[in-house]
Design a protein around this ligand. Structure first.
Ligand code: ATP
Length: 254
């Protein structure tokens, strides 16, 4: 297939569990987009993700423009982020970011997350691989595959996301309301950008889990007292003691 709707389909830019992502170009405006082609047999697995993602409109969330359904596939047309994943940017750089560099992305992510939570949507899979960069290196949250509606009275209990970014209550299969588990993962993201490595990491999954549920991590000596304080508040074992998104936005480090 060389085109879909008003878009011509170009090179493959990535591959996910449910299909390839290709670069698309709008035939009239020349605007570039990302086109994810998903086989219809996977429709039940992606329906909720598309439904939730479609509701979100924020400058730091990858914009879902439209969904085109053909006889065999679902094409999800979204904003193209040419600078790729923040994870790859950190890996290619080979060492950590300065607090001055990281704070810009962090503020953008706090803003995006605050918006999601205000819509009662929890992401539940925040990690560097799910943050894309546009051509101005702005952070854009993506991949709502594990996202859920979480009204304040409702409790969640499923394990999901990636272990290294998972909150202790998720690992311990305790009930959680959702927003505070996203705060934990955002704390892991901030730590990783500034340290150049994950706070909780081991070749053994069990050892990693043990470190997370004990809150066993080291703050590198080059972290400023302000950012150390913020990370400590985001990585509180007890979810009810964890800093809230509004408190983060008002923290002195920001
Ligand atoms: P999974 O499907 O297992 O969750 P994934 O999130 O990596 O994995 P996709 O969302 O299908 O899967 O994306 C595959 C790859 O394509 C990503 O890793 C990313 O590098 C690239 N990609 C996806 N969306 C965009 C986009 N909007 N702009 C630029 N690159 C993208």
């Amino acid at each position: 297939m060389t085109s879909i709707g008003l878009y011509s389909i170009g090179e493959t830019i990535g591959k996910g569990s449910y299909g390839k992502v290709k670069l698309g170009t709008h035939k009239l405006t020349g605007k570039q987009v990302a086109i994810k082609e998903i086989s219809k047999e996977h429709a039940p697995m992606v329906a909720r993700e598309i439904h939730l993602h479609r509701q979100l409109k924020h400058p730091n969330i990858v914009m879902l423009y439209e969904v085109i359904i053909t006889e065999s596939s679902i094409h999800v047309i979204s904003e193209y982020c040419p600078h790729g994943e923040l994870f790859d940017a950190l890996t290619e750089r080979g060492y950590c970011y300065s607090e001055r560099d990281a704070v810009r992305w962090f503020v953008q992510l706090v803003d995006a997350l605050k918006y999601c939570h205000s819509q009662d949507i929890v992401h539940r899979d925040l990690k560097l691989e799910n943050i894309l960069l546009d051509d101005n290196d702005n952070a854009k949250l993506c991949d709502f595959g594990f996202a859920r509606h979480a009204e304040s009275r409702q409790m969640l209990q499923t394990f999901c996301g990636s272990l290294a970014y998972s909150a202790p209550e998720v690992i311990l299969r305790q009930k959680y309301t959702g927003p505070e588990t996203d705060i934990w993962s955002l704390g892991v993201i901030l730590y990783t950008l500034l340290a150049g490595g994950l706070p909780f990491d081991d070749d053994s999954e069990v050892v990693t889990q043990r470190k997370i549920v004990k809150g066993d991590y080291d703050i590198p000596s080059h972290f400023s007292p302000e950012v150390s304080d913020l990370i400590t508040r985001m990585l509180k074992l007890n979810p009810s003691e964890r800093v809230t998104i509004d408190q983060i936005a008002g923290h002195p480090w920001i």
